[in-house]
Structures are given as structure tokens and as C-alpha cells.
Write a protein that binds this ligand. Structure first.
Ligand code: SF4
Length: 456
């Protein structure tokens, strides 16, 4: 089979598996008490391993809407919204602190500001936010603080303030440098803006800079990808995420600015990825898991070598820090045994925190099968192999997995035994399809559906 026909055969939408079960299959929302108990237990285990918790803080505000965006955002130019939002997030963390009822401050091994646009907040507001959160937390010696930033609104004062507060990792949204593509996706930013933020971050001691790129955007072609990746290569970020664009105009009406005819389809889209990948590899970047690249000097690459690579709602991380506590509107927490997502409407989120409630909207308490399958999907996503030789990693559903993957094995994408699965280098682009074979909840919903014709 040619590369192109293999791609055509397995080119179907599938989950990114930043969680298992994936969000549409969550069925059992934890009560506040259950969730707090799960977090407390995970904190106890984290203390035994001296790793601390991870904290994700969602800042939803953006000045304008990028049409490819899949995040929970509030588009506004009104800067007055920042201060009350910071107050609510600090109050939410205080609620956790009180309800967990521990004797001391909560150790953090990771803190990540995401959005939205964290640097929509003024530097002083960010400082108040971090100081407010740290009033109930301590940093573990290995702690890493990171943020996502939009180069169009990020100033040196933002980067300097956060560096002073211990932030050492920066992730910049780039997507594409081509003016026509930028116009179509409503995100116009120059190479100079990105270069400036990168240089300022390095000057203030940030030790890792990540760029997010997207392939499959409207009007992208081989020339535009070549120019974008060449510019990225010259700026030399430590990490690069190279995501596939998802066209869902019925969910994101902003995507009606262009039509499907403007999008690179099928083979062409894959060719854009292959081109970007080969340029990055030539420039010394190593492919990690799915859609990610890193320099050999970056801890993500080291983690992928020594088996400590982890994946959560924020993508790949260099170690497993647990529990993940999500603060802010729509933020998701993960204790490994349960997920909890906050209210997605800003006003509802704020009102519930004001009332003294953890603002949980929905979630899922994992049963035993979920936890086992989750481990296998995480193994595949991070080290491209898994096995269930050990009884503690076997559940009855896994008996059908080799059969579900038989066709992928014939196509050279996996190597199978009765109780193991290893992804070949040719199979790496099809990691989602392979994980879908392990997805018991997906299979139960539509047992007759073959994994390569499944759509989500
Ligand atoms: S700046 Fe980021 S979060 Fe805001 S709309 Fe654009 S992509 Fe979405």
C-alpha cells in the first residue's frame, strides 16, 4: 500500500486523548465531597513521592477571536474585567485550601497559566494573582511555572514580572506566518513580534520557549508552510507543537469566514505535515509522541527517552505531577481517579465561587476498567507501546484489541502480540486511530463501528 492510500484509509477525526475517558464519554460527575476526597488522596500520594500538585489557571479573556480557536474565551477589550476575575480565582483556591482541611500550605510542582490570553491581564494583576495563590501554596524544589502568551499583547513588563515570580517556560501561539492565512484565521501577527517576545523571554531567564503551529489552515500550501517553518527554525524555540486544524464551523461559527474549498484537504494536508516535520528534523528537532517536537537539549526530549513523559489536558509534560487542580472558568482538574470541569459560563462560575462552592459543572469518576485503559492509552501516547502481561494491567475488554488492530498490523502500523501493542514509526501519524481500538467506551457506544471509519 502506498503512503498516500494508507493515509486516506485512516484519515478520520479522532480524540486527541488528553484524557481517558474522553470528555464526551464522561458519565459520573463527582459531588464536591467526592472530588475533594479524590484530590486529598492524590495529594497524599504526591507528598509520598515529593512531587507536589500541578495547578492550571484559565484566564479566558482575549481581545479578538482567532477562528481556529477551540478554547473557552471571552472576547473583550474592557480591561476592567481582569481584577474581579483575579479575585474570584484566588477565592476559588482558598475554597480548595479550606475544604481540603490540611494543616499546611499545598506544595505545587507545576503552575501553568493558560487561556484565553493570560497576558490580557496587566502585569500588576498577574502579580496579585500569583501572590494570592501562593498564600496557600509552596513551591517544590523542582517546580516549573509556565504560561501561554499572545505575542500581540505580551509586553516585556509581563515577561519580566512573571520571571521575577519564578516563571521559566513560555508558550507562544504562532500558527502560521503567511499574511493570507493570518487574515483568514483572524490572527495577524508579524515574525518581528514573535522574535521580540522570544528574545525578551530569553533575556529574562526563561529556559524553554514553545511555539504552537497549525497545519491544514485555509490557504496554506507547501510554500507558506516552508516559509513559516523556516522562520520558526531560525528563531529556534526549544519546543514546537504542530497541530492539525479541525474544521467545525457548526461549533465555531467564526470558521465561516472561509469555506472547505479554501482548506488543504486529505493528501495535501498530510503533505504539509510531512514537509514541516522533515524541515524540523533536519534542523535538529526530535518528534515526540504525537504532534510535538523538541530540541535534544529540552527536558521533553529527555523525558521521552527516560520514560517519564506524561500527557494531560495541557498536552505533553516532562513528568507526571498529580493531582492537576484546575482553577478558573471551564478549567479541568484531574486526580487520576476522577476529572472535574468548572462551569463554562463566566458569570455562573463567578457566582458559584462567591457562594462558597467549588464550581464543578461536570466530570467523571473513573471505574477500574477506565483506570486500566487510561494507563494503556497514556503509554501509547508517550512511549508508543504498551502491554498487559501483568494481571493488574489486564481487563476483559483488552481481549478484543488485537482483533481491532489486525488491519493496522497488516498495513505495518503496529506490531501485536496477544497482550502487547507497539506502534511502528510508520504508525506514529495514526496514534489516535490506534488508541481508539483501546477505547472501551467508544466501542460500547457503537460496537459495530470499525475504528478506521469512526467519526467523533
Ligand atoms: S488568542 Fe488564543 S485563546 Fe484567544 S481566540 Fe486566539 S487562539 Fe483562542
Amino acid at each position: 500500500m502506498t503512503k498516500s492510500s494508507v493515509f486516506k484509509k485512516y484519515n478520520v477525526p479522532g480524540p486527541r486523548y488528553t484524557s481517558y475517558p474522553t470528555v464526551p464519554y464522561w458519565t459520573t460527575t463527582p459531588t464536591e465531597t467526592q472530588w475533594v476526597d479524590c484530590v486529598r488522596e492524590a495529594l497524599r500520594e504526591a507528598a509520598q513521592r515529593s512531587i507536589g500538585a500541578a495547578m492550571y489557571v484559565h484566564i479566558p479573556f482575549c481581545e479578538s477571536l482567532c477562528t481556529y480557536c477551540g478554547c473557552n474565551t471571552r472576547i473583550t477589550r474592557n480591561r476592567k474585567v481582569g481584577t474581579p476575575y483575579v479575585d474570584t480565582v484566588i477565592r476559588e483556591w482558598k475554597l480548595y485550601f479550606d475544604k481540603l482541611g490540611g494543616s499546611g500550605k499545598i506544595p505545587l510542582g507545576e503552575l501553568h497559566l493558560g487561556g484565553g490570553t493570560p497576558t490580557f491581564l496587566e502585569p500588576e494583576e498577574l502579580e496579585r494573582l500569583i501572590n494570592g495563590l501562593m498564600a496557600f501554596s509552596t513551591r517544590t524544589p523542582e517546580a516549573e511555572f509556565s504560561l501561554e502568551a499572545d505575542p500581540r499583547v505580551t509586553t516585556e513588563a509581563h515577561l519580566q514580572t512573571l520571571a521575577r515570580l519564578g516563571f521559566t517556560r513560555l508558550s507562544l501561539g504562532i500558527q502560521d506566518f503567511d499574511p493570507k492565512v493570518q487574515e483568514a484565521v483572524h490572527r495577524v501577527q508579524s515574525i518581528e513580534q514573535v522574535a521580540r517576545s522570544t528574545e525578551q523571554a530569553r533575556a529574562h531567564g526563561y529556559k524553554s520557549v514553545n511555539y504552537d503551529l497549525i497545519y491544514g489552515l485555509p490557504f496554506q500550501n507547501e510554500q507558506s508552510i516552508e516559509r513559516t517553518v523556516a522562520a520558526v527554525r531560525d528563531l529556534r524555540p526549544d519546543r514546537i507543537a504542530f497541530y492539525s486544524y479541525a474544521h467545525v464551523p457548526w461549533i465555531k461559527p467564526g470558521q465561516r469566514r472561509f469555506t472547505e474549498a479554501d482548506l488543504p484537504g486529505g493528501d495535501q494536508k498530510r503533505a504539509l505535515y510531512e514537509l514541516g516535520r522533515s524541515m524540523l528534523e533536519e534542523a535538529g528537532y526530535r518528534e515526540i509522541g504525537m504532534d510535538h517536537f523538541a530540541l535534544e537539549s529540552d527536558s521533553l526530549w529527555t523525558a521521552s527517552r527516560d520514560g517519564s513523559l506524561h500527557r494531560n489536558f495541557m498536552g505533553y509534560t516532562s513528568r507526571q505531577v498529580s493531582p492537576l487542580i484546575g482553577l478558573g472558568v471551564s478549567a479541568i482538574g484531574d486526580s487520576w481517579t476522577a476529572f472535574a470541569q468548572n462551569e463554562k459560563v463566566l458569570e455562573t462560575y463567578q457566582a458559584r465561587v462567591e457562594k462558597g462552592e467549588l464550581p464543578i459543572l461536570r466530570g467523571h469518576v473513573l471505574d477500574e476498567e477506565d483506570r486500566v485503559i487510561r494507563r494503556h492509552i497514556l503509554n501509547l501516547m508517550t512511549s508508543l507501546k504498551t502491554d498487559w502481561n501483568d494481571a493488574s494491567l489486564a481487563v476483559p475488554y483488552l481481549d478484543v484489541v488485537p482483533e481491532k488492530l489486525a488491519e493496522l498490523e497488516r498495513d505495518g502500523l503496529v506490531c501485536l502480540s496477544k497482550s502487547s501493542c507497539e506502534v511502528t514509526e510508520e504508525g506514529r501519524p495514526f496514534l489516535r486511530n490506534i488508541c481508539m481500538a483501546f477505547d472501551a467506551r467508544l466501542a460500547r457506544l457503537s460496537p459495530s463501528t470499525r475504528i478506521f471509519s469512526q467519526t467523533i
